[in-house]
Design a binder for this molecule. Structure first.
Ligand code: NA7
Length: 894
């Protein structure tokens, strides 16, 4: 076809196209609210929906037992108090028919159906650069031309093909839970198979077992399931909601999962067995996924050991519920942390396997060979069947966006191609190269890791507010930049290190679909933080978006919205809300009192073998020390440790969480030295104390319970300075032998001219003015170039091997890098860790900066190498008693 003919046909099509401001695909929770908001904002809109009515996922998923698994009072629209007042849920977890009635009620109340074209599947969507509009073809009726194209297609709406040979040969009935017939299925007296044991299967199996003559469940991977304890909405949650609805809803929006539960601060190892069991039993009785996933202890979702305790308690419950031990064992999950794969809520699931008409087939032992005309054959057996139910899940999150119809953006690029290596988005809402294109709860947003109702409302509000602002400003297109999108990808990857989701093969990671590129698709940083980031994008002038309009009008405030590690961002935001006076304004005594108070509120760390306090003889009298010993039999290599605090603050106990953590990771003994402080003792006291203490500790290593021979030195901040200086003094003064130095964010020089002093002057806890204050208290200007306080100005040859850690958002970053480079240039073996997105305290705030773990793992590996030990701590040296699967997962995680 000639270009002229193509152009003519395109213009004809456009002529007949339905012209609207916005086209929305999907008429589920998201599509309905979008249509309502768009109309209120004065946009013309059309909804395109494949189904015959509203409902989305609740239209299709009509299998027996289908219910929501977030309590229905939370799984509701909250945008209109009158709507809330007009609808009462009958159950804690409403059934599919009730939820579908609710969505129909909403559609009627706001008269939304008149804007929806039902039984209309989009077959293609193409961006037209000339008109700056999307052109959309459908399988039913006129095409659509729209300024903005919004996918409200849901996260679990494209069922996954069964991938089992012979399905077509089966002569009996075949059903998919995700496409269940609307008039129901009579299973009475039939031999039924269910393939899969995800939520859909776990909800339907007990009801199918009641009807069928015999039910055979084909299980590939067991899942954790908890009793829903369904019934009327629980009175405790109801009264919370009813006593102050606005606050309840506001808290949900700021929470981590979209349901208002408090943030737990107590970690598992601070609780006794009895306390943990008591919390667990309470959670088990609550029958609430968000409760059990967030309320047991603070480390359950982020730490393999904290998580394993929950796993074991649930395994006990499974063993107690299932009479046949072999079946119980087969039903017990062992391959993933609890919560890393979506746990299920059930009613009588495990007890169903006690029925005589139910058989479990463990596909891990006898995989399905084929589906035949008469049933299913496995490696060992054949099962004659009348009905096969596939509860095999969905091509989640990207399936309904990528695979359902071609979407072609700027320069003819297809979304499928752009996402060939996995979804790339900015905020999970937009994609570079696809102007005026939005996804509601798309990959890269909290979506399926949250209460979908809350996340949908947030996205819809954000998108419609942006479209209105765009229109008001006279812009016609909006598109994220590559920089912003790449930054979001990095932030997503950083967030994925916070939780254990990455350690399981699930539909969250795409692992359930053969050939799908794997990577964690939902945002794991939490609903509240995510909302604040979306708001920040707006408050910073649509950061990361390019807006264009007629006559060359354009606006682009390019950049990355989050460059900090996610937990560092939370800590800094929290500190900002405390409105603390600057530490340097408190005076030395006041600052010390403040730091003590600050540290008191934080856990000291996990148990280690032993902690012993003592004093050692310093040049002018005794210096206190604290020894941290591993739980294993010694003697262990000795690390002399110097705490941080700008030569003014802290003591031999103030970095206890860091010392304990490193003792556990290295299997080595740490001796933390209480060197003297300024302003009472100015330069060179701290340096000389550090050196003298190292010498004494090296000479008395055996008495302290350590391994005689060379010691190692380590320190953080001003402690890093003392460690570095000690290495130089030991070289110049004839010992002691030092096998290696670990310098964490060390002070190495008196110059304040390096860029990091400006880049990070304020806002990252350690400020430039605080550093000035520390220097002033410790060292007069005349002494500052002395290598005993500015080791960068000393001789850096022939020093022990070094591991130097610097943090991106630290005033001390560049002098740390400079010291590492100077040593390396002088032939010292040096490794550097330049920690992206971290701040000065990232590695010592062991309890809250979880993304600091991988850095400490590297530090521990380095110390072990310096000490001549293998880099990985062996099982025998480990402080943890229990083994798999937690240990194995931990190994994978690190
Ligand atoms: P899920 O949770 O993805 O479950 C699908 C199940 O089907 C799961 O147990 C799979 O085992 C199993 N499966 C998938 N393909 C096969 C094949 N080929 N052979 C055997 N078994 C297979 O989907 P659901 O519909 O249950 O739930 C989806 C979400 O909806 C749910 O999490 C709630 O949020 C609501 P696998 O684990 O992959 O080994």
């Amino acid at each position: 076809m000639s270009d002229a003919m193509v152009a003519t046909r395109a213009s004809d099509e456009r002529g007949t196209a339905q012209q609207v401001d916005v086209a929305v695909v999907g008429a589920g929770f998201a599509g309905l609210y979008l249509l309502h908001r768009l109309r209120k904002a004065g946009f013309s809109a059309v909804g395109l929906e494949e189904a015959g009515d509203v409902g989305g996922t609740w239209y299709w998923n009509r299998y027996p037992g289908a219910r929501c698994d977030i309590q229905t009072i939370d799984y509701s629209y909250t945008f209109d108090p009158e709507l809330e007042a007009a609808w009462t849920w009958s159950e804690k977890y409403a059934t599919q028919p009730e939820i579908l009635r609710y969505l129909g009620f909403v559609a009627d109340r706001y008269d939304l159906r008149r804007d929806i074209r039902f039984k209309t599947r989009v077959t293609e969507a193409r961006w037209d650069e000339a008109s700056e509009r999307w052109f959309i073809t459908t399988d039913n009726g006129a095409p659509v031309s729209c300024r903005h194209y919004i996918m409200a297609t849901g996260c679990l709406s494209a069922p996954k093909p069964p991938e089992i040979d012979g399905v077509k040969d089966f002569k009996g009935e075949v059903y998919f839970t995700g496409r269940w017939p609307h008039d129901g299925v009579n299973l009475a007296g039939k031999r039924v198979a269910v393939i899969g044991t995800g939520s859909s299967a776990i909800q339907s199996i007990p009801l199918i077992a009641e009807q069928a003559a015999h039910l055979t469940v084909f299980q590939r991977t067991p899942n954790f399931a908890l009793p829903a304890h369904n019934g009327p909405p629980p009175s405790d949650r109801m009264s919370l909601l009813q006593s102050d609805r606005a606050t309840y809803r506001a808290q949900a929006r700021q929470s981590m999962a979209g349901v208002p539960y408090p943030q737990q601060t107590v970690v598992s190892w601070q609780l006794s067995d009895a306390e943990r069991r008591e919390r667990f039993e309470r959670a088990w009785a609550a029958g609430d996924l968000v409760h059990i996933l967030t309320q047991l202890w603070a480390d359950q979702a982020v730490d393999v050991d904290g998580n394993k305790i929950v796993q074991d308690l649930i395994r006990e419950k499974i063993r107690a519920a299932v009479k046949d031990p072999e079946t119980a064992a087969a039903l017990t999950p062992h391959d993933h942390p609890f919560g890393a794969k979506r746990p299920c809520l059930d009613t009588n699931y495990y007890a169903t396997y006690n029925r005589p008409n139910v058989t479990l087939v463990n596909l891990r032992q006898e995989p399905i060979k084929a589906i035949t005309a008469s049933g299913i054959s496995t490696n060992g057996r054949s099962f004659a069947l009348d009905v096969i139910v596939f509860a095999t899940g969905f091509d989640a999150m990207t399936g309904a966006i990528r695979a359902v119809h071609p979407i072609t953006g700027r320069d003819g690029k297809s979304l499928s191609d752009v996402w060939a290596q996995g979804p790339q988005t900015y905020l999970g809402l937009t994609v570079a190269g696809f102007p005026n294109f939005f996804m509601i709860t798309g990959p890269g947003s909290p979506s399926v890791l949250s209460n979908m109702a809350v996340s949908i409302e947030q996205h819809v509000d954000w998108v419609v507010d942006r479209l209105a602002a765009l229109r008001d400003a006279g812009f016609t297109t909006i598109e994220p930049t590559e920089t912003a999108q790449a930054g979001w990808g990095r932030h997503m990857a950083d967030c994925s290190m916070l939780t254990l989701h990455r350690l399981a093969n699930t539909w969250y990671t795409g692992a359930n679909v053969p050939g799908k590129v794997q990577g964690l698709m939902p945002y794991t940083g939490g609903v509240g933080p995510y909302r604040s980031i979306c708001d920040e994008v707006v408050s910073r002038g649509m950061l990361g978006f390019r807006l264009t309009g007629p006559d060359g009008a354009a606006q682009c405030n390019d950049g990355e919205v989050v460059r900090l590690q996610p937990d560092v961002r939370l800590v800094l935001n929290l500190l900002a809300t405390l409105n603390l006076p600057p530490i340097e304004s408190m005076g030395a005594e006041g600052a010390r009192a403040f730091v003590n108070e600050f540290n008191k509120g934080r856990p000291a760390g996990r148990p280690i073998g032993e902690i012993v306090d003592g004093t050692l003889p310093g040049a002018d009298g005794p210096l206190p020390y604290r020894v941290y010993k591993p739980a294993t039999a010694g003697p262990h290599p000795v690390v002399v440790y110097f705490h941080g605090g700008g030569w003014v603050l802290g003591d031999e106990q103030s970095d206890e969480p860091f010392c304990r953590d490193m003792v556990r990771r290295t299997g080595m003994m740490f001796v933390s030295v209480g060197y003297r402080h300024a302003p009472e003792h100015r330069f060179p006291t701290a340096a000389e104390d550090g050196y003298a203490a190292t010498r004494w500790i090296a000479e008395h290593a055996a008495e302290l319970g350590g391994r005689p021979g060379p010691v190692l030195v380590a320190g953080w901040s001003a402690g890093g300075n003392i460690a570095a200086v000690t290495c130089q003094l030991a070289r110049d003064r004839g010992g002691p032998d030092i096998a290696g130095q670990l310098l964490v964010c060390p002070v190495t020089d008196c110059s304040f001219d390096r860029p990091s002093y400006n880049d990070n002057a304020t806002g990252y806890f350690l400020t430039r003015s605080l550093m000035y204050w520390f220097w002033d208290l410790y060292c007069s200007p005349a002494d500052r170039t002395d290598p005993r306080v500015s080791p960068l100005r000393g001789k850096v040859e022939n020093l022990p091997p070094a591991f130097v850690v610097t943090c991106e958002f630290d005033p001390l970053r560049d002098e740390g890098v400079a010291y590492a480079e100077a040593m390396a240039a002088a032939g010292v073996p040096v490794e550097q860790l330049r920690a992206r997105g971290h701040f000065h305290s990232s590695f010592t705030m062991v309890d809250v900066v979880i993304t600091g773990v991988s850095g400490r793992v590297q530090m521990a590996g380095a110390l072990r190498r310096f000490a001549g030990l293998p880099p990985e701590i062996s099982r025998g040296e480990s402080n943890q008693e229990h083994d798999s699967p937690g240990r194995r997962i931990a190994a994978a995680a690190s």
